[in-house]
Design a protein around this ligand. Structure first.
Ligand code: LLP
Length: 425
C-alpha cells in the first residue's frame, strides 16, 4: 500500500481536495463535523443522482435501487426522482419506502422468509413486483391473490453459479437459502404452480448471484443458465439482481454500471433470449458506496510495543464490514488531504472488543493525532444500513450535501432514543 495522499478517485464525484481541507458538494467537511458532530455520514447528492441516472439509462424501466445498501426516506425519493424503482427485502424497508412517498407501483418486494403480514401488505398496497422465493410463499399467494387482488411476480431462481466474492455475500450457488433451484426442477415446478393462481402474472425470472463482484463471468454463466431455462417461456422480464463491486482501497478499480449493463446485454443475446425482453437489475452498492464518507474524531492514540492504536468515536457499530468480511478501507485527515501519509496506525473504534477494527493498517499524515478529524471514504453502502447500537452507542447522523448546502436526512440518535424502548415496571 502506498502512503502518498489519499487517491481522489475513492472520494465522491464533487470532492475538492485542497492543502487545508476537503469539500464535498461544495461544503467543507470540517464545517459539517462542527455543525452535526461526529461520527457523521456525509453523502454527495450529485454522486447519488449520477449513479441512479446511469442505472436508469443502462437498464430498462423497472430497474431498482437495492435499498438494503442504504435506506432513508430522502434516499428512496431520490432514487424514484432519478427514474428507479426501489427494492425492499422486509416489511420494515417496505414501510420506510412507502412512508417516503414512493408509490407501491415503483416498489419491488423481496425476502427469503416473508411473513404472512409482509406478503399481505405487499399485495394490498400493490407492489410493482413481488419476487417469489419458496413454495410456502406460493401457498400464501394462492390464498391472497384473486382478480380483485392481482399480483405481478418474478420467480427467484438459483442458477447454480459461484460468484467470485466473499462466501458470506455469495447467493447464486446450489447450496443457497435463496430462490428455487434450476437444477433440481424446483424452479420449473414453482412456475407451474404460480401460473395456476388466477390473478397472478409471472413476468419472468430473477437471479442474484452475490455482491461486490468485479468480474463478469458469474453473470455470464448465470444468464446462460437462465437463457436455457426460460427459452420456451415467453417471459417479458429478466432481472440479474445486484452485485456490481466498487473500489474501496487504492489500486482497486471497478467496472461502471454502464459497462456491467453492456456485458449483461451481450450475454443475454448470446444466450439466445428474445430481444424484446426487459432487462432489469437492482444495484445497491454501486449507487451509494462511493457517494458516502464517514467523518470521525480521533480520541486516544496509544502506542504499544508492536504498533500504534488510534481510536475514533465510532467503530464497528457504524461500519461492521471490516469485522464481518475483512473489508479494507482507506483513511485521510480532513485537514490535510494532500499530505503524504507516513504514519501507520491501527484505526479502531470505541467498542469493547479487540475485533473492533476499522482499518488494520491505516496510513495518515504525521501530524494526525488526538482531536484530528479522520474520514473513511467509500462508506456509503452497508454502513449505516447495518449500523447497530452495540455498547449502546447512538447511531450517527446522515447529511446530504449539494451545491454548497447540507441537509440532515437522519438525525443523530440520542440516549433518549435508546431509552424509548425500555418497558417500565
Ligand atoms: N438484489 C438482491 C436480491 C440482493 O440480495 C442484494 C444484496 C442486492 C440486490 C444488492 O446488491 P449490491 O448491488 O449492493 O451488491 N452486507 C454485505 C452485502 C450484502 C448484499 C446482500 N444482498 C456487504 O456489506 O458487503
Amino acid at each position: 500500500m502506498s502512503n502518498g495522499p489519499i487517491e481522489e478517485s475513492l472520494l465522491p464525484d464533487t470532492a475538492d481536495l485542497r492543502a487545508d481541507g476537503v469539500s464535498v458538494g461544495g461544503v467543507d467537511l470540517r464545517q459539517l463535523a462542527s455543525t452535526f458532530g461526529t461520527p457523521l455520514f456525509v453523502y454527495d447528492e450529485a454522486t447519488l443522482r449520477a449513479r441512479c441516472r446511469e442505472a436508469a439509462s443502462s437498464f430498462d424501466d423497472g430497474v431498482a435501487f437495492a435499498s438494503k445498501s442504504f435506506l432513508c426516506g430522502a434516499m428512496a425519493r431520490l432514487a424514484l426522482d432519478e427514474g428507479l424503482c426501489v427494492d425492499v427485502a422486509t416489511g420494515g424497508e417496505l414501510d420506510i419506502v412507502l412512508r417516503s412517498g414512493v408509490p407501491a407501483s415503483r416498489v419491488i418486494m423481496h425476502g427469503n422468509n416473508k411473513s404472512a403480514d409482509e406478503v399481505t401488505r405487499a399485495i394490498e398496497v400493490g407492489v410493482h413486483r413481488l419476487v417469489v422465493d419458496n413454495f410456502e410463499e406460493i401457498e400464501r399467494l394462492g390464498a391472497l391473490v384473486d382478480a380483485q387482488h392481482p399480483a405481478n411476480v418474478l420467480v427467484r431462481v438459483t442458477p447454480g453459479v459461484e460468484a467470485h466474492t466473499h462466501e458470506y455475500v455469495r447467493t447464486g450457488q446450489e447450496d443457497s437459502k435463496f430462490g428455487f433451484s434450476v437444477a433440481t426442477g424446483d424452479a420449473r415446478e414453482a412456475i407451474t404452480q404460480l401460473r395456476a393462481i388466477a390473478g397472478l402474472t409471472v413476468h419472468g425470472v430473477h437471479a442474484h448471484i452475490g455482491s461486490q463482484i468485479f468480474e463478469f463471468d458469474g453473470f455470464r454463466e448465470s444468464i446462460a443458465v437462465l437463457g436455457e431455462f426460460t427459452r420456451h417461456d415467453d417471459f417479458d422480464e429478466l432481472c440479474v439482481g445486484g452485485g456490481l463491486g466498487v473500489a474501496y482501497v487504492e489500486g482497486e478499480s471497478a467496472p461502471s454500471i454502464r459497462e456491467w449493463a453492456d456485458a449483461i446485454r451481450i450475454s443475454v443475446r448470446a444466450a439466445g433470449l428474445p430481444g424484446g425482453l426487459r432487462l432489469l437489475a437492482e444495484p445497491g452498492r454501486a449507487i451509494v458506496a462511493q457517494a458516502g464518507v464517514t467523518i470521525y474524531t480521533v480520541g486516544v492514540v496509544k502506542p504499544v510495543t508492536q504498533r500504534t492504536y488510534m481510536a475514533v468515536d465510532g467503530g464497528m457499530s457504524d461500519n461492521p464490514r471490516p469485522v464481518l468480511y475483512g473489508s479494507g478501507y482507506e483513511a485521510f485527515d480532513v485537514d490535510r488531504p494532500l499530505e503524504a501519509r507516513p504514519q501507520e496506525v491501527r484505526l479502531v473504534g470505541k467498542h469493547c472488543e479487540s475485533g473492533d477494527v476499522l482499518i488494520d493498517e491505516a496510513y495518515l499524515p504525521r501530524e494526525t493525532n488526538s482531536g484530528s478529524l479522520v474520514a473513511t471514504p467509500v462508506t456509503g453502502a452497508y454502513g449505516y444500513s447495518m449500523a447497530s447500537n452495540y455498547n449502546r452507542v447512538p447511531r450517527p447522523a446522515v447529511v446530504f450535501v449539494r451545491d454548497g448546502a447540507a441537509r440532515e436526512v437522519l438525525r443523530r440518535e440520542t440516549f433518549d432514543d435508546l431509552a424509548r424502548l425500555e418497558v417500565s415496571g
